[in-house]
Design a protein around this ligand. Structure first.
Ligand code: PPY
Length: 378
């Protein structure tokens, strides 16, 4: 073995690192000049083709597969940092993004026309009441998509939709609706969800053969329901609609999974209370408006984007948050309709559309993504 001196080796590394930092700073100075050129000419910061060529060139300069790959990773990061600097300089010259959103003081709840899905006693109804109170005029529609249409076409000022549950996860269909319709998320409200098994007043637990509910509710009670393998579980549009069906059909073999409030409203008996397995079961509902507005105290931004179908594309896109110190709160992916194995990403980050850091990050993503939409700031 060679006679190695760790202290000496570290000294050599320190020397090289010093050179790297000096070169990095020289490089960043030139990037600032490039930014100036882009400010004058209106050219985009992100040039995918140029970055690809650069990665190929530096990869070819390195020796061996490992180094070639590592150098490419290093330069990919270096270019992301350079872009961050350029976006900052652009923002300083008032060339940040125009999000098209207006700031408002607060959401007008009193007198608002609010659409929710399901019948009275549904969790959507509970969430709408919790957020808007009794001074608003709440009404229900049959399907989740109807809520979107009511808002988009101006019959409702606001709509309320479930988006995520603490135990069953995302309400996937509603993510897809956010893309399909031109509404914006202006608020959210979290509702404690406690399900009961409900039957006719004369029914007994032993009579049950069919259990109706919303698929999310069935999932949230799967441990209890699956311990009765003889019961058939049937999905309906809404928990309270399931309760109403049991009342209307008048059949002791039928039961519904819904809230006790829905049970009282439709004259049903509690056959088993609190059957959801997660005892802190909570659902996050979003409030939608057709106006692109955000409250001045808004602290969460939701966006969706499609990246290129290429290695590292999501990594680079999310790099815009990392390098602007924007904290990511959630990421969800959904398949893009008609394109197998390609995905659209939904991301929530901390902050407001008025923040320069958020604007920088969004500007970066909008230039690098195939498409990007701001879903709301709330
Ligand atoms: O079916 C309902 O009552 C809804 O509002 C949807 C739903 C279902 C289960 C949990 C939370 C929301």
């Amino acid at each position: 073995m060679k006679n190695l001196d760790l202290g000496e080796l570290r000294g050599q590394l320190d020397e090289i690192d010093g050179q790297l930092v000096r070169l990095f700073e020289q490089r960043m100075k030139i990037c600032a000049d490039v930014a100036e050129y882009k400010i004058e000419t209106g050219k985009a910061v992100y040039d995918g083709e140029r970055e690809r060529q650069k990665l190929e060139a530096v990869g070819a300069m390195a020796h061996g597969d490992f180094n070639s790959q590592a150098v490419q990773e290093l330069f990919s990061q270096l270019m992301t940092v350079s872009r961050k600097r350029q976006y900052q300089l652009l923002a300083r010259h008032g060339k940040g993004i125009d999000t098209g959103f207006q700031v408002i003081e607060a959401i007008q709840t009193s007198g608002a026309r609010v659409a929710y899905q399901g019948v009275e006693g549904s969790y959507g109804h509970g969430a709408a009441l919790q957020f808007f109170g009794r001074e608003a005029s709440l009404y229900h529609v049959t399907a989740m998509e109807d809520v979107m249409a009511e808002v988009e076409e101006g019959r409702a000022d606001y709509g309320v939709l479930p988006i995520e549950n603490s135990s069953a996860g995302a309400v996937s269909d509603n993510y897809d609706l956010l893309v399909k319709h031109n509404n914006y998320i202006v608020a959210e409200t979290q509702l404690a969800v406690r399900h009961a098994l409900l039957g006719l007043p004369e029914a007994r637990l032993e009579d049950v053969e069919l259990v109706y509910s919303h698929p999310q509710a069935l999932m949230q009670c799967s441990q209890y329901l699956n311990s009765h393998p003889q019961w058939r579980q049937i999905s309906l549009e809404n928990t309270a609609a399931a309760a109403l069906k049991v009342t209307r059909d008048g059949d002791c073999r039928q039961a519904a999974v819904a809230s006790e409030i829905a049970g009282r409203l439709y004259g049903l008996k509690v056959l088993a209370p609190g059957i959801n397995h997660n005892k802190n079961n909570t659902t996050r509902f979003i409030v939608l408006s057709r106006e692109a507005v955000y409250r001045k105290d808004a602290s969460k931004v939701s966006i969706c984007f499609e990246g290129l179908h290429r290695s590292g594309s999501l990594y680079n896109m999310l790099g815009n948050f990392i390098f602007n110190n924007v904290n990511m709160l959630m990421i969800e992916s959904r398949p893009i309709e008609g394109r197998s194995w390609e995905y659209r990403f939904f991301v929530d980050v901390e902050g407001s559309l008025g923040d320069a850091a958020v604007q920088n990050a969004l500007k970066g993503i909008s230039e690098e993504a195939v498409s990007m939409r701001i879903l709301g700031n709330y």
